[in-house]
Design a protein around this ligand. Structure first.
Ligand SMILES: Nc1ncnc2c1ncn2[C@@H]1O[C@H](COP(=O)(O)OP(=O)(O)OP(=O)(O)O)[C@@H](O)[C@H]1O
Length: 585
């Protein structure tokens, strides 16, 4: 299904479309559940016939044969229960996996702007708990609704055929029963949601407490942290207690109504027996049917709840799926191939969604192979400018061209394949060093990976690691130093071998050896490639062909280091006041 489908189709239609690929399993689930309710309905009827016919007429043979069949039917029933429990849930899980696959794929297509607006934690909960509610509905919904309806209607029909007055009493009590049970069930779920939310709070508290434990220790703030935690723990306890109270009330109300139903049947039935309008066998059969009601009523109460939760989850899912990615390939987009690397910004202005203009009328041409250093005060727009070239955002006005082609006219894949980016804050996956480097080109051989590490000046570091290239780098690369992470990022780009480079130099001070290594790797990397580098070090700036000073979203000055110093303008001021040359390379 396309984004358009999610925008136009009805939620139920979308939901059912996920059933289609697994319809056989679904049919199996429903048929088995249907057979279970048939067995449940048949048992009281068989008992009735036994008491009316086979026992009084001493047809013991028939009686025992039928009892044998009943035993077999119950064995079959257990097997069917297993099928429903196992394969029914398998069906649910498959639907869930399909929905999650589509959601993940779609989320990968959504642009930077989407992730600017949404929090990762919330998105993760959509991928997990929301979808769980949806699949619970997928699996239990149809089964519960259908089977409960069959059982209740079936039991009432038999009851009316035995004694309509008594059946009428039962059918008057049941709706009241349903209303009360549903009400209690809703209360219980609200309490459960509140408890879950508090669980989220306490989990967040644990997470931030543990991940921030170094900071806590450094400030000797353990007591303060403990008090914070105790507060959250107390709230959690109260919420859990509230949930268990509601659960107790729900179960108690179920039990109460079952008792009321049984008493009503015995009382009214007894009265009817006294009046000669009913016999004992009828009364026993009635009592047996009362027990068959319990499970469907419980299921229907669950269903009402499941329906509202599941549909709420479904709506949130559809809302996400209906979000159009802001950056999409044009229908006639061409592949960018054999890139020379000329980059032009033609009167580019840019505004982040919902904020004011960040870049104003930028005009810039970078020749293929040229290295341009971008400097300027914090917040001036340097990173924003660089993010427009790989089309992470679309320009608001003007255009950006690579080799003369507007970036909106080429496929995103081919454009981004032509561009290598090393960010300040390098993201490493929780995997080995080798796999993290290979991320630059997934089909690279081990030799190529090692070669890239060598060129990124990383080989010496890796040799000292316990498992060499197979060393696990930890969550987000926590086991590597900042300088090592940057070099992993550089090694990735060596593998990727793009025509255009965008480097965001780390602002943090590095020791001179590491800095020299990174500088060497950067220099090697930029050989023969168009390079835009957000520079913080004098050594980088000096080796650039050209320096741009970006300030308040405009190019304030450009030229070589010496030229700009001689001009004694913004660059000279930056150079002196912001200590661009602080880390002399
Ligand atoms: N994703 C975003 N959404 C909205 N506004 C943003 C976003 N990213 C940056 N900005 C704003 O755009 C302006 C330019 O930011 P940018 O990061 O491009 O500056 P910079 O020159 O790279 O700064 P620094 O040197 O501190 O990294 C800032 O005012 C910033 O607040």
């Amino acid at each position: 299904m396309t984004t358009k489908d999610f925008q136009t189709k009805r939620p139920l239609a979308i939901f059912l479309s996920y059933f289609r690929p697994h319809r056989r399993l679904f049919a199996l689930d429903i048929i088995c559940a249907f057979m279970i309710s048939l067995v449940d309905l048949a048992f009281p009827l068989i008992s009735r016939t036994a008491m009316y016919q086979w026992l009084p007429q001493q047809q013991y043979r028939t009686f025992f044969i039928v009892m044998g069949i009943v035993v077999l039917a119950f064995v079959l029933r257990s097997f069917l229960c297993f099928v429903v429990g196992y394969w029914g849930h398998t069906f649910g899980i498959r639907v869930e996996a399909d929905i999650r696959r589509d959601l993940f794929r779609h989320m990968q297509e959504l642009g930077f702007d989407f992730y600017d607006r949404n929090r990762t934690g919330q998105l993760m909960s959509r991928l997990t708990s929301d979808l769980f509610e949806v699949t619970e509905l997928a699996h239990h919904g149809p089964e519960d609704l259908f089977i409960s309806a069959v059982t209740i209607v079936g039991a009432l029909i038999v009851m009316f055929s035995i004694q309509w007055r008594l059946a009428l009493v039962v059918s008057l009590i049941i709706p009241i029963f349903m209303v009360v049970v549903m009400y209690r069930r809703r209360q219980m779920s609200a309490a459960s949601r509140a408890a879950k939310q508090k669980t989220g709070v306490i989990n967040a508290e644990i997470e931030s407490g543990l991940s921030g434990v170094r900071t806590t220790k450094a400030f000797a703030n353990e007591e303060k942290q403990q008090t914070r935690f105790d507060g959250a723990n107390e709230i959690f306890k109260t919420a859990k207690r509230g949930f268990h109270k509601e659960m107790g009330l729900f179960n108690a109300s179920m039990e109460f109504f079952i008792c009321i139903l049984s008493v009503a049947v015995i009382a009214v039935g007894g009265w009817l027996i006294m009046k000669g309008q009913m016999d004992y066998v009828g009364l026993i059969t009635f009592s047996l049917y009362i027990t068959t009601f319990i499970s469907p009523i419980r299921k229907l109460a669950n269903f009402a709840e499941m329906f509202s939760n599941g549909f709420a989850g479904l709506h949130r899912f559809i809302e996400l799926m209906a979000t159009e990615p802001t950056i999409q390939d044009a229908p006639d987009a061409v592949e960018l191939s054999q890139v020379r690397g000329e980059v032009e910004l033609d009167h580019v202005s840019f505004t982040y969604p919902g904020s004011s203009e960040v870049l104003h009328d930028i005009d810039l041409t970078v020749a293929a192979g040229e290295t341009v250093a971008i400097v300027g005060p914090s917040g001036g727009g340097k990173s924003t400018l660089c993010q427009l070239v790989p089309r992470f955002y679309d320009v608001t006005e003007g255009s950006i061209r690579v080799d003369g082609l507007d970036v909106r006219q080429v496929t995103q894949r081919s454009l981004r394949r032509a561009i290598g980016i090393v960010q300040q804050d390098v993201f490493l996956f929780a995997d080995t060093i080798r796999e993290n480097i290979r991320y630059g080109r997934p089909d690279a051989t081990d030799e190529e990976v090692e070669q890239a590490a060598h060129r990124a000046e990383l080989l010496e570091d890796i040799r000292t690691m316990p498992q060499g290239f197979d060393t696990y780098v930890g969550e987000r690369g926590a086991m590597l130093s900042g300088g090592q992470k940057q070099r992993v990022a550089i090694a990735r780009i060596f593998l990727k071998d793009p025509a255009i480079l965008i480097l965001d130099e780390a602002t943090s001070a590095l020791d001179s050896v590491t800095e020299a290594k990174i500088q060497g790797a950067f220099d090697q990397l930029s050989q023969g490639r168009t390079t835009l580098i957000i520079a913080h070090r004098l050594s980088t700036i000096r080796s650039a062909h050209r320096i741009l000073v970006v300030q308040d979203g405009r190019i304030a000055e450009q030229g070589s280091h010496a030229q700009l110093l001689a001009e004694n303008g913004a660059y000279a001021r930056l150079y002196h006041t912001q200590n661009l040359g602080e880390n002399h390379g």
